[in-house]
Design a protein around this ligand. Structure first.
Ligand code: PFF
Length: 461
């Protein structure tokens, strides 16, 4: 055991565990990705499939990752060694470190757009929308978005700023950095999203927006939509790549892993639905296209607040809080390679953070912007931005998740599993543990394999 392990930090309380873990789950996925994916995939039916994925795939995998992390108190790679697993299983950890970098390449770029929107709202760039007709306001918001993401300098600068903020918090450590920031800021995020919903629900298109979000229309559901819902569940709950293993390794010993996973999954889904309730009424009120893709958030939210008193103040607040959500999620993404470098490569925390952020910035800045050196490269019909997103969410996280399921369901020692899940009280499987193990052994992997084979065209349903 190396000495970095002696100084290993943990979160200080159950509440801190909840907020940090929720801080990882809640992020751009809820406010940016969830609404536009619901829009692209036909609304309510997609939401329903997403719920099923959360319950039958997401939660069992989250509990498994907590178990791997907390029982070993190690990073995503070292944990498998500590469990005395065959070297093959360490692949899950290595793939996790890689996935976290892949996600950060594009995620930090979108976080940069969000940061830049705080600045734009502060400068009053959206104030003129107030006196425009609805169509003109929608057009103006669209062109401001295009200018913000495809400019030749500002997207680079904002991505750099986003990664720098994350690095500073991570250097402060688990308790003084991650825990403090998430505990202070997440409750504020909730409050602000609720205010946005209230405003959106008073718009003309509220009814249409809500029907779109909640009424399932299965004719619009394709096989690729089912894979996307599964990928989104992984992305949303930060699963399949060692993030929850790493955070689990900082949990307190008395934390109930089942309860934490249920609380986090439910609260996270609530935030996604609230974001949908804030966004879709605007889409229908302003005659926008729900399936417009990644620009959806940036083109709608400025409109939500454009015609109400103090709208610009609320707009600033909304983008500040979206920046917070993006930042707390990035903390957990970057903590995966950081914990790996500290414990497996014996680096200091500062060095590990600098190395991880450096890799993210160099590769991210060179690839994901349309104006960058490799910005025009297209592989398998996708630019780098979409490629990193597709490879991580739809391929690497589900494969990581499947391997974790097989490892915990079939390979791991069940006495030890029960001991950990019961908070060190029993070696016997009680009802809840038995139920979880049977879902993990039979249902979760079956669903993963079916959806996966279907998406690559080997079977059709
Ligand atoms: N869950 C985050 C979101 O929904 O924005 C994104 C994310 C964080 C994905 C951490 C994966 C991860 F490990």
């Amino acid at each position: 055991m190396n000495n970095s392990n002696n100084k290993r930090e943990t979160f200080s309380s159950g509440l801190a565990v909840f907020f940090a873990t929720l801080g990882s789950a809640v992020g751009l996925g809820n406010i940016w990705k969830f609404p536009y994916m619901v829009g692209e995939n036909g609304g309510g039916a997609f939401v329903l499939i997403y719920f099923i994925c959360i319950l039958l795939v997401g939660m069992p995998i989250m509990i498994s990752e907590f178990y791997i992390g907390r029982s070993t108190r190690k990073n995503a790679v070292g944990a498998f060694e500590a469990l005395k697993a065959k070297p093959f299983w360490k692949t899950i950890g290595y793939m996790g470190v890689l996935s976290s970098l892949f996600i950060m390449f594009f995620y930090s770029s979108v976080a940069g757009w969000v940061y830049s929107y705080v600045f734009k709202a502060l400068k009053g760039d959206f104030l003129p929308l107030a006196s425009m007709s609805m169509e003109d306001a929608a057009l103006n918001a669209s062109s401001q978005y295009d200018a913000a993401v495809s400019g030749s300098i500002s997207p680079f600068v904002w991505q750099f700023i986003a990664v720098t903020v994350v690095s500073i918090i991570l250097i402060a450590g688990v308790k003084n950095g991650i825990e403090k920031i998430t505990k202070t800021l997440l409750p504020l995020l909730f409050a602000l999203v609720i205010i946005c919903c209230i405003r959106a629900l008073t718009l003309e298109g509220a009814k249409q927006g809500l029907s779109f979000l909640f009424l399932p229309d299965f004719s619009k559901l394709s096989a690729s939509a089912v894979l996307s819902a599964l990928g989104l569940a992984f992305f949303k709950l930060s699963l399949g790549m060692g993030t929850m293993t790493t955070y689990g390794s900082y949990f307190t010993n008395d934390n109930n892993l089942f309860a934490t996973s249920a609380r986090v999954a439910l609260s996270d889904t609530l935030v996604s639905l609230l974001a949908g309730i804030a966004i879709f009424p605007v889409v229908f009120t302003f005659g926008m296209e729900p399936g417009m893709g990644p620009g959806l958030l940036f083109k709608t939210i400025p409109l939500v607040f454009s015609k109400i008193p103090l709208g610009n103040v609320l707009l600033v607040a909304f983008f500040i809080l979206t920046s917070i959500a993006a930042t707390t999620a990035m903390l957990s993404l970057v903590e995966v390679p950081v914990a790996f470098f500290i414990e497996e490569k014996q680096m200091s925390r500062n060095k590990a953070v600098l190395l991880s952020s450096g890799l993210i910035l160099i590769i991210g800045l060179l690839t994901v912007h349309p104006k960058s050196v490799f910005g025009n490269v297209v592989i398998a019909g996708k630019g780098f931005f979409d490629l990193f997103d597709y490879l991580s969410s739809n391929i690497m996280l589900p494969i990581g998740g499947l391997l974790i399921t097989i490892f915990v369901g079939y390979v791991a020692n069940k006495d030890q599993l029960s001991y950990e899940l019961s908070n060190h009280k029993t070696l016997n499987n009680d009802g809840m543990i038995k139920f979880y193990i049977s879902i993990l052994k039979y249902i979760t992997p079956a669903l993963l394999v079916i959806v996966f084979l279907n998406s690559i065209g080997i079977i059709n349903f």
